[in-house]
Ligand binder design. Structure first.
Ligand SMILES: Cc1ncc(C[n+]2csc(CCOP(=O)(O)OP(=O)(O)O)c2C)c(N)n1
Length: 628
């Protein structure tokens, strides 16, 4: 664990919270003490995250439901499955990890998500959204099959409910009688305001527009299950008429309760207690406020969805940018707007990542050509395929890790049909604090086996423009992958210049050893090449690989070294190795990249160092290899 100081959590600062080292301690409290505990938990979370950074707004919004669930359920025997997991910090604090919160998301510290190996209370790991109902249903079926009587609860947000997977699970769960409680935590926000007709439907239930018209209809549905009807009647009395049936979920086979105020502990406890007497698939819809209790986060929940360290008094986030440097994301953002100005066929698509993917400017300037499809990567990719069929020029801006969700769509809908879709693949390689679930180290391996795809990795900001132009003008599927990192600010936005497809550039001539760099680690490679007198090549393309260049380098050098910010298993270095082997070339090759692993968490530099991708380790590995 890192040597970071725990927050001052003495009894005087947090008198109730300081006594809770496990949910068993929480259950000792009198119900009347819980609102006070909620206040302390919120304050603790705020103070703690102001130092470490992290997902603040979602946790603030889920304080009461977390307390209620641990108070009423027999955790860890009963299972809680958090969707995405970014809202689980209150859960971490109440389950014995309060003192470790100062290490949250730090190198060697607590994960920012639930993690099975971290605690017996983390029943299912997450990071990607909309898995909770499936996982919880699986656990519930397993419990039933083994004759156990423990209970399972999935907690999912309205953002999480925009993904198809959630409906696949509801469709299955609603058709079998397995005992499962789904808590739908609805705050009308994904990272940015939630989108789509389901979001509108949920809001319309809450705003009461369909309250009265549904009331009689759903009573009919519930009457078919006498215990449910009786429960609904009692629960309804208990929460003073705040329970409104929701037909859509009932049609899917779930007994639906809500919506109720998810910050009112009395209502939550009353209703959940009653729901515990029911069996079968049930859904409780609670309405919460993202950022609850901290005005800066309530006003700008998007900014406080995931933040760096900030001043808790003012809400001002500490700046982390390096002067003269620009993030690859911003470079893409500038390119997209400039290219969009030129070409009204350009449509930009994001699966719920407007801010992270650098689409804010484009969305403001070209709202009619901007499509936030919700957390729906599969749909995003096939939507682009459809647009391309009809002559549009779609650009899918997607994180490497989330492209994994859209892989079949990329392969089957786009690539097989050779459709003209540009993929701007952000967060490719080491991502830093989000850790293993978000790492983008697999995209090269899973994309380069797909025929006729262009796969490129820029070595600088200026190169990024050229490779984006090349991808955009290529009349088939093309990907540009770039990391969560900054590079020297390019001179000006370039929407014209392309590079020759499949051609690398030799930037330095040296002796004995040639260093072949795929992508952003180029900036680390340059001084090493100078110092060790290496030949240095900016490979630009993983696919098609510049075979002529590889052959020439192999002929002229004793050793080849490849360098990439991606898994070495199936990575760009593997492509070079295959080429050498296929052509009977025996030159020795060292492949540097992420080893066969799920990378650790920490700052990008710390994680790169863990895998020998910091300048000193790269240098040492090359020296050792060239001497062997
Ligand atoms: C498959 C996938 N795509 C995108 C994301 C990025 N992401 C993390 S949280 C989030 C919004 C989740 O909204 P919601 O479920 O409503 O939770 P809230 O933050 O509002 O509490 C998104 C899009 C993700 N984690 N997983």
């Amino acid at each position: 664990m890192p040597d970071s100081k725990p927050l001052n959590n003495t009894a005087s600062s947090f008198p109730i919270l300081a006594r809770i080292d496990s949910p068993a301690d929480l259950r000792e409290l009198d119900e009347s003490q819980l609102p006070e505990l909620a206040d302390e938990l919120r304050e603790f979370l705020l103070q703690s995250l102001s130092k470490t950074g992290g997902h603040l707004a979602s946790g603030l919004g889920s304080v009461e439901i977390t307390i209620a669930l641990h108070y009423l359920f027999d955790t860890p025997r009963d299972r809680l499955v958090w969707d995405v997991g970014h809202q689980c910090y209150p859960h971490k604090i109440l389950t014995g990890r309060r003192e470790q919160m100062s290490s949250l998301r730090q190198h060697g510290g607590l994960s920012g998500f639930p993690k099975i190996g971290e605690s017996e209370y983390d029943h299912f790991g997450a990071g990607h959204s909309s898995t909770s109902i499936s996982a919880a249903l699986g656990m519930a079926i397993a419990s039933e099959a083994q004759g156990l009587d423990n209970r399972t609860v999935a907690i999912i947000g309205d953002g999480g409910m925009t993904a198809g997977m959630a409906y696949e699970a509801l469709n299955h769960g609603g058709a079998i009688d397995t005992d499962l409680l789904v808590i739908l935590n609805d705050n009308e926000m994904s990272i940015s305001p939630n989108v789509g007709s389901m979001s509108k439907y949920l809001s319309s239930i809450w705003s009461g527009k369909i309250y009265s018209s549904l009331r009689s209809g759903s009573k009919k549905v519930l009457r078919r299950i006498p215990s449910a009807w009786e429960l609904a009647r009692r629960a309804e009395e208990h929460v003073k008429g705040m329970v409104t049936p929701g037909t859509l979920f009932e049609e899917l086979g779930f007994s639906y309760f809500g919506p109720i105020d998810g910050h009112n502990l009395g209502d939550l406890l009353g209703l959940i207690r009653n729901l515990q007497h029911l069996s079968g698939p049930r859904m409780l819809h609670i309405v919460t406020r993202k950022g609850k209790g901290y005005p800066p986060a309530e006003e700008d929940a998007c900014k406080f969805h995931g933040v760096g360290p900030f001043d808790p008094e003012t809400g001002i986030v500490k700046s982390s940018g390096k002067p003269g440097f620009q993030s690859y994301t911003n470079i893409f953002s500038d390119w997209l707007v400039a290219r969009g100005e030129r070409d009204d066929k350009l449509h930009a698509i994001t699966p719920a990542m407007r801010e992270g993917s650098g689409l804010v400017k484009f969305s403001e300037q070209f709202p009619e050509r901007y499509h936030d499809v919700g957390i729906a990567e599969q749909h995003a990719v096939t939507l682009a395929a459809g647009m391309a069929c009809e002559g549009l020029k779609p650009v899918v801006a997607i994180y490497s890790t989330f492209l994994q969700r859209g892989y079949d769509q990329f392969l089957h809908d786009v690539a097989v049909q050779g459709l003209d879709v540009t993929f701007a693949v952000d967060r490719a390689g080491v991502v830093g604090a989000d850790g293993a679930t978000h790492t983008g180290n697999f995209d090269i391996a899973f994309s380069r086996c797909v025929p006729d795809v262009l796969l490129m990795a820029p070595s600088s900001g200026d190169e990024m423009f050229k490779l984006l132009n090349t991808a955009y003008q290529y009349p088939g599927p093309a990907m540009v992958r770039y990391p969560r990192d900054s590079v020297a600010q390019p001179q000006k936005v370039d929407v014209d210049n392309c590079v020759e497809i499949g051609k690398a550039v030799q930037r330095r001539r040296g002796k004995r050893t040639a260093l072949l760099v795929f992508g952003s680690l180029y900036s680390l490679a340059e001084p090493i090449a100078e110092e060790l007198d290496l030949s240095l090549v900016d490979m630009r393309f993983v696919k098609p690989l510049d075979g002529d260049m590889v052959e020439t380098l192999a002929r002229e050098h004793e050793f080849l070294v490849t360098l990439e910010d991606a898994s070495v298993v199936g990575g760009a270095g593997s492509a070079v190795l295959e080429y050498l082997s296929d052509h009977g070339i025996g030159t020795r090759l060292l492949r540097l990249g992420l080893e066969d692993c799920f990378p650790s968490q920490g700052s990008r530099d710390e994680v790169l160092k863990d895998y020998g991708l910091d300048p000193a380790s790269i240098r040492e590995a090359i020296v050792k290899f060239s001497e062997s």
